[in-house]
Design a protein around this ligand. Structure first.
Ligand code: PEP
Ligand code: MG
Length: 570
């Protein structure tokens, strides 16, 4: 039997399940017959035990993860929480209700701030209080901090704090009934490289303690089979390859004929930068900042953004951090902006189009980016530029921000490089006219494909058109690369095409030498690059551009590739 979900982190695992039941339902109004002294003793004993446990967990974690746990510990010691605890004890509530009610008051206060950081702290408070309540009542808290054996976790949903304190050695996979690809827990799962599926409606029907095969590359779970020989073989092969890829952490991305290739990462949060550094990637080619605007009730302030950009820049040292200004719209909704409902959101009010109309929102981000540029190797990039007029407007707003900061005596890097994404065909066509106003270009193949073929990137009915090997899109990419070469503009590509074996080879054949991929594909990308003889691909590049169809272009390319390049699984 098979069920499906949305892949978050690729992998193939054959393993026993561990179904995580939801947190027990507590009656918050339960009163106790015990004395106030007895209740106080029980409550404070449980608080101190959970505090100790959290402290022990923090010792096993990295600095950043330990900080999150420390936040929980601190919250349990804060006067405002302890005063509420005393209040509910004096009202005669049962010990678990005391803790949960006191925590609820704190959660509500934190949520009322409307601030993303504070809202996340409300989640921390709830997490800690449920741990305490379970300890008091003897219920099992859905805790995965110590797992007796390797398991694939099956759960309705998972809190980020649970995942960071998980027994990662034994956590071989996650299947979540709810969840989105971009939730914090998904981002963490990816950065821990745990094969994960989310939005899997039938997840909770999976049996507990039984062997299942999770193929999170394909978004599939197989279970109830009589033998698992074939799955075991697939899982073993996958594991070996993954292990071997670690050898590429310290290897540079140099092609077989000795040409250096820049390999950058696409990120949505600074937390994955530990992985980027470990994999020896050259920096960040795309920071999708729109995710900072999601799951909250107001946009992030200048200070909040500055703090995030600074952390990212510091983690990267001298390596570049390319901050893309927010690309809201299309499939990335942000309710509080009150954007109009549209018939064709991908063709509508999106990204730079919103920024040029909501200039205050845009300037807040530009100021934060500029300020961060004083402490790091930061570059700013505008998405969805369609005309030179849009670019000039964006540059004018950036200049206004520079001047404001200068007047306020706030430092920034005046030479911070500015670039655009080439993802609307008109930008590729008119690039020569924009080139002198910018320092770099990053090709956004995901959108460039959908706009070139007029085929919605989310619509499976037109997916047959969405093929990066079609000569039409190859010509647009080639044109962009050539213009950049002539105008001495740096050029890279940050769409999913670079993370695909054939896509990477095709781009290399067209002369591209800089790629930005998802961090989890960083090592395989280095491996692929080291197998490519770039000089010999040039001829194939010219032939691809003269092909009639995607199939013909792919054939030409594959003939020019070394046999081993296409052997290892893609
Ligand atoms: C792209 O369009 O290729 C791109 C990288 O941007 P996004 O996928 O965020 O639209
Ligand atoms: Mg795009």
């Amino acid at each position: 039997m098979k069920i499906t979900g949305i892949p978050v982190c690729p992998g193939k695992v054959l393993c026993k399940t561990r179904v995580l039941r939801p947190v027990p339902q507590f009656n918050l109004e339960r009163k106790t017959t015990c004395s106030i002294e007895e209740t106080r003793h029980q409550v404070f004993l449980a608080i101190s035990q959970i505090s100790k446990q959290l402290g022990k967990t923090a010792q096993k974690l990295s600095e950043h993860e330990a900080e999150l746990i420390e936040v929980q510990r601190t919250m349990l010691q804060e006067d405002c929480f302890l005063e509420e605890v005393e209040h509910y004890i004096s009202q005669g509530y049962a010990p678990e209700a005391v803790v949960l009610k006191a925590a609820k008051t704190q959660e509500n206060l934190l949520l009322a701030t409307g601030d993303a950081y504070m809202s996340a702290r409300a989640e921390d408070m709830r997490d800690a209080s449920y741990r305490i309540a379970c300890l008091i009542t003897g219920d099992s808290y859905p805790d995965i901090s110590s797992l007796e054996e390797p398991v694939i976790l099956i759960t309705e949903e998972l809190l980020p704090t649970m995942l960071i304190s998980a027994d990662l050695q034994n956590l071989c996979g996650i299947i979540m009934q709810k969840g989105t690809r971009t939730s914090h827990v998904s981002i963490l799962a990816s950065s821990f490289n745990i094969p994960t599926l989310v939005n899997c409606p039938e997840a909770m029907r999976l049996p507990d303690g039984e062997m299942i095969f999770l193929n999170s590359e394909k978004g599939e779970v197989t279970y109830g089979l009589e033998t698992y020989e074939e799955q075991q073989r697939q899982a073993d092969t996958y594991k070996e390859e993954k292990q071997q890829l670690q050898n590429y952490c310290n290897q540079s991305a140099i092609s077989a004929d000795g040409q250096p290739i820049v390999t950058l990462a696409n990120i949505v949060e600074p937390i994955v930068l530990d992985q980027v550094n470990k994999y020896g990637l050259d920096g960040v080619g795309l920071f999708r900042t729109e995710f900072l605007y999601m799951n909250r009730t107001a946009p992030p302030t200048e200070e909040e953004q500055l703090a995030i950009y600074r952390i990212a820049a510091q983690k990267l040292g001298n390596k570049p951090l390319t901050i893309r200004t927010m690309d809201i719209g299309g499939d990335k909704e942000v309710d509080y902006l009150g954007l109009p409902d549209e018939q064709n959101p991908f063709m509508g009010f999106r990204a730079i189009r919103i920024c040029l109309s909501r200039t205050q929102l845009f300037k807040t981000q530009l100021r934060a980016v500029l300020r961060a540029s004083a402490v790091g190797n930061i570059r700013v990039m505008f998405p969805m530029i369609a005309t030179k007029a849009e670019l000039l407007q964006a540059l004018e707003l950036l200049e206004q921000c520079r001047q404001e900061l200068a007047v306020e005596n706030i430092p920034y890097q005046p030479e911070m490089p500015v670039g655009i994404m080439v993802e609307v065909p008109s930008a590729a066509i008119l690039l020569d006219k924009m080139a002198k106003d910018i320092q770099f270009v990053s090709i956004g193949s995901n959108d460039l494909l959908q706009y070139t073929y007029a085929a919605d990137r989310l619509n499976p009915n037109v997916a047959y058109l969405y093929n990066f090997m079609d000569p039409a899109v190859l010509r647009l990419i080639s044109h962009t690369v050539q213009i950049c070469r002539q105008m001495r503009l740096e050029c890279s590509l940050c769409g999913e095409m670079a993370g695909d074996a054939i896509g990477l080879a095709a781009l290399s054949a067209l002369g591209l030498r800089k790629f930005s991929v998802s961090p989890s594909l960083g090592l395989i990308t280095k491996k692929r690059i080291r197998l490519l003889d770039l000089a010999s691909l040039e001829e194939a590049g010219a032939k691809m551009l003269q092909s009639d169809t995607a199939q013909q272009a792919a054939r030409v390319l594959c003939q020019a590739l070394p046999a081993e390049y296409l052997v290892f699984p893609q």
